[in-house]
Write a new protein. Structure first.
Length: 311
């Protein structure tokens, strides 16, 4: 099979194409013929030596990627049969080996792909959808009528979080630059904040929950607008003690979460995709031989929705 191997941490030139043996599956696993792969910021960070690189740098060969959709070709699990169309985030946090024509995946990390969406849309609704689902449902326990703020609402996690929060009955505000306002309102957001020059200190503490997908100064901004007794989750940054104490001083529960592979959550996401409650927006599709270009596009940090590789 063709695969893309990271020879060492660094630039996109370190993503090299190789011919490798198809992976062999063990008990509880399926072999997937990959139809689409989704690219995430963590892919770019890991390639550069950050992100998940520290966890997987001793793997040989080191194959990046976690988000896939495809067709089951072999199975050692009663959950799936040969020919099933599936999708999921494989072995995160860990070695997903998704940048390949075939991927061996634990069956309990997958779900059947809904018939009404493409393989590209399915691949796009894995890591970002799991992150949004685990943050809003498992951790924040969003309730009908609550006020929810989603930062970077036009991005991968953000655009799914807006739709999911609306589905859960929340009043949703999304932040972005002005050019993406219509996109965010089109997702179902009730209101929009252009973060350029926005006065967070004077905005008032109106949100029950804030999902921060940016980190850095944005954590402080988030705390300015979170109600006492509310909560704030930061995705890209582990909250250090100073920030945690800042949150506590404002009566806010502030913490970091790391998304985990979960077939049970993927089944819930599949149901939401099938019903149309959420939809993954695919902004650009690259062929497998243009992975370097896909990484450079993701690295701009200006992606609306998701970048996908089609095989």
């Amino acid at each position: 099979m063709k695969a893309i191997v990271l020879k060492e941490a660094g630039g996109v030139e370190n993503l090299e194409y190789a011919e490798l043996a198809k992976p062999e599956i063990g008990g509880g696993e399926v072999l997937i013929k990959v139809k689409a792969i989704s690219i995430n910021p963590v892919d770019v960070k890991s390639r550069a030596g950050k992100g998940m690189y520290g966890r997987i740098k001793t793997e040989n060969p080191l194959i990046l990627g976690w988000d896939i959709s495809g067709i089951v070709e072999e199975t050692q699990s009663p959950d799936f049969k040969v020919g099933d169309e599936v999708f999921g985030m494989v072995n995160f946090p860990g070695h997903g080996k998704a940048y390949a024509e075939y991927v061996a995946a634990p069956a309990d990390q997958l779900a059947l792909k809904p018939k009404n969406i493409s393989f590209e849309e399915a691949a796009a609704a894995t890591l970002v959808a799991l992150t949004a689902y685990q943050a809003l449902v498992h951790h924040a326990h969003i309730q009908r009528g609550q006020n929810v703020l989603v930062h970077a609402a036009s991005g991968g996690v953000g655009h799914i979080a807006v739709q999911l929060a609306k589905h859960l009955g929340a009043n949703v505000t999304g932040t972005s630059s002005a050019k993406n306002k219509d996109f965010i309102l089109g997702l179902g957001a009730d209101s929009h904040i252009d973060y350029h020059g926005f006065d967070w200190k004077s905005a008032g503490r109106t949100f029950d929950f804030v999902l921060d997908t940016i980190g850095g100064d944005n954590i402080d901004h988030s705390l300015e607008v979170t109600k006492e007794g509310g909560s704030m989750i930061s995705i890209p940054t582990g909250l250090n003690e100073e920030v945690t104490s800042k949150a506590e001083s404002k009566g806010v529960k502030g913490y970091f979460i790391l998304v985990q592979s979960s077939g049970e959550d993927m089944k819930q996401i599949a149901s939401l995709l099938e019903s149309g409650a959420i939809k993954a927006h695919v902004s650009k599709i690259f062929p497998f031989d243009k992975m370097r270009e896909a990484h450079l596009e993701q690295e701009t940090g200006r992606t609306v929705g998701k970048i996908v590789i089609s095989l």
